[in-house]
Design a protein around this ligand. Structure first.
Ligand code: GAR
Length: 198
């Protein structure tokens, strides 16, 4: 008996999603993977127990796990994720810094979406509307999204894929936010499927 790649025989693949706010990407991923028997959304993790993301995950019948910043920093979240036999950890609008102990335990297994073309407009304090406002202020003619692995530094892990959109001179940060979220919803499920198929 020869098993060449035992991991490829494990079906379905398990993912967990980390959110801190609205969770529109999370909801999009949950509904996309409902029709994919190869990918199971095992749980949604959040540092905000009452955020819309958590409420919608519960409505969709997905397990939710709320934790504090302290629990994340003390390693309790790492231990729990470890127990769940997870293939990929997805950060979809998760705003706390992931501790080095967590990123080194799950090297190349944590994927984040960032709403700019990194390395531009990344780093501490650069999230959500702050990114879009900075892009508009800098009079950029294009922006986009970056899928990247997560390491112990904000937005500095290896880039997986980027997708661009045009920024018109008349665009407000809210217009840009809409374009960026559309791009995220369009590409996020496929990026995850590709990574899990490797
Ligand atoms: C997304 O646009 C995501 O790129 C951004 O937060 C938004 C969450 O939206 N993430 C960051 O800025 C991380 N630095 P959602 O909660 O509706 O999915």
């Amino acid at each position: 008996m020869i098993f060449q790649n035992i991991n490829s025989m494990k079906n379905p693949k398990n993912i967990v999603i980390f959110v801190s706010g609205n969770g529109s990407n999370m909801s999009n991923l949950i509904s996309h993977f409902e029709s994919n028997p190869d990918i199971n959304v095992e749980a949604v993790f959040s540092n905000k127990k009452d955020c819309l993301g958590v409420i919608n995950a519960q409505k969709a019948g997905v397990n939710t796990i709320a934790f504090s910043k302290k629990e994340l920093e003390e390693g309790n979240v790492t231990e729990l994720v470890d127990l769940l036999n997870v293939d990929l950890i997805i950060l979809a609008g998760f705003l706390l810094k992931i501790p080095g102990e967590f990123t080194s335990r799950f090297e190349n297994e944590i994927v984040n979406v960032h709403p700019s073309l990194l390395p531009k407009f990344g780093g501490k304090g650069m999230y959500g509307k702050h990114v879009h406002k900075a892009v508009i202020e800098a009079e950029e003619t294009k922006s986009g999204i970056t899928f990247h692995y997560v390491n112990e530094h904000y937005d500095e892990g290896n880039i997986i894929e980027q997708f661009e959109c045009e920024v018109k001179p008349t665009d407000t940060w809210k217009d840009l936010q809409v374009k960026i979220q559309q791009l995220e919803h369009e590409h996020f499920p496929m990026v995850i499927e590709k990574l899990l198929a490797q």
